[in-house]
Design a protein around this ligand. Sequence first.
Ligand code: CU
Length: 126
Amino acid sequence: MYAMVVTTLVMAMLASPTANVVRRQGETASPQVITMTAKKYEFTPSTITVVRGHAVRIEATALDKTHGIEIKSFNVKVKLEKGKTTVIEFMPDRAGEFEIRCSEFCGFGHGHMKGKLIVVEATKGP
Ligand SMILES: [Cu+2]
């Protein structure tokens, strides 16, 4: 059993193309992926929490009509076409609480269609 695990691990290591990977300092290999949906008049989840300095990828889908995601603090403004999944990537380089709002007029409740992005500092190990 142990040998099998080791073999799988070695094979996985051999298969990964490490030569082309360029990482900026403090950046992790894989982004923090958040799946989000938008519909009149809410984002689900409405609050997302991420770690500062680690890339974020939001995979967002508008369910009922066209909406948008705007996070002014991180220069994010993306239209979400109904039924399509849109990938939004950004680097949260500041900790704090930031507003997420709908950037496409979607009806009478549009002005209240908001969410919250919480960026926390990475917890330090012991
Ligand atoms: Cu809207």
